[in-house]
Design a protein around this ligand. Structure first.
Ligand code: C5P
Length: 295
């Protein structure tokens, strides 16, 4: 590295959806949602270095898989281009050499691609000296993908609209077990299946939100749901089987996260999560982060 080369590293945490309520199809083809998005301790690492070109290397995953997740274009590149466009050539160069160490399974409903995009925005904001801050970065994030604004904030948040309306929620740490069941599911497919099936819209989430704020997993469990789960499970029965397996292994409840194929089981505490994970092949314990100032 030459003396002039700078490097900025950011953690790109995945997420789970404690509940996901699909309200309906919008004229723009997206769906209005209400979802409690919780960052988890499963994270990629994004490293951005000064360069006169823009390039992205994905390590630790088959790069073609990472590209497919973003509909053919890696979301970190999309993020870099969106930020470069936002600053309109002001300041230093618009180049960066970006490396993604991939640990979050792709197309699993864990927001891996969106987390990489959010971490890329944060890293380049610093590397390029943009100084956009949360509000500025969220407004760039909206143009990249529906999950990216919530991932930029990186705190527990109730999302609305297509994902751009953010309302941070004060919640405690929760312990979960994660299984990725079968092949990945593409988000557009999951939402289209919800339309095709005339699938249901879950209950008003105020009870789930109060339970999440109160922090007792036993009280939270009965309120968790994902409106995309029934249409996805109808076409991918292995996801339903993984959910049932987590429940049979002792999770308080289990449900699909995001548009799948990840399935999460809620547990009482870290020890319970380790116990359940031991009983289910391929399962790993994950922890969702508390809001700042909570445990
Ligand atoms: O915004 P993003 O590119 O991540 O969305 C991928 C696809 O998922 C959209 O093209 C759309 O089909 C679906 N989607 C949706 N409603 C949302 C978010 C995503 O219909 N709120």
């Amino acid at each position: 590295m030459s003396a002039a080369t700078r490097e900025v590293r950011r953690e790109a945490r995945g997420k789970i959806n404690a509940f996901l309520r699909v309200i309906g199809l919008r004229p723009d083809g997206y769906h209005d949602l209400q979802s409690l998005v919780l960052p988890i301790d499963l994270a990629d690492v994004v490293t951005a270095r000064t360069s006169d070109r823009l390039d992205v290397v994905v390590d630790g995953a088959r790069p073609e898989v990472a590209a497919i997740e973003a509909g053919g274009m890696n979301l970190a590149i999309v993020a870099a281009l969106a930020l470069a466009e936002d600053r309109g050539g002001r300041g230093g160069g618009n180049g960066a050499s970006i490396r993604i160490d991939k640990r979050i399974p792709v197309a699993a409903g864990l927001g891996g691609g969106s987390a990489d995009a959010a971490a890329t925005l944060r890293a380049l904001d610093e590397l390029w000296g943009c100084g956009l801050g949360d509000e500025g970065l969220v407004s760039v994030a909206e143009r990249i993908g529906s999950d990216v604004p919530a991932m930029v904030l990186g705190v527990p948040v109730l999302i609305g609209g297509r994902g751009e309306l953010l309302d941070p929620v004060s919640v405690s740490t929760f312990h979960w077990v994660l299984v990725v069941a079968g092949d990945g599911v593409r988000s557009p497919d999951a939402y289209r299946w919800w339309d095709e099936d005339g699938a249901a819209t879950g209950p008003d989430p105020s009870a789930a939100l109060s339970a999440a704020r109160a922090g007792e997993p036993e009280d939270l469990a009965p309120h968790l749901f994902n409106d995309l789960e029934a249409p996805v499970v109808a076409r991918r029965p292995e996801i339903g089987a993984a959910r049932d397996h987590l429940r049979a292994a002792g999770a308080l409840t289990a449900l699909m996260t995001g548009s799948g194929s990840g399935v999460i089981g809620l547990c009482r505490d870290a020890e319970h999560a380790r116990e359940v994970a031991r009983r289910v092949p391929g399962a790993v314990p994950v922890t969702s982060s508390a809001s700042r100032g909570r445990r």
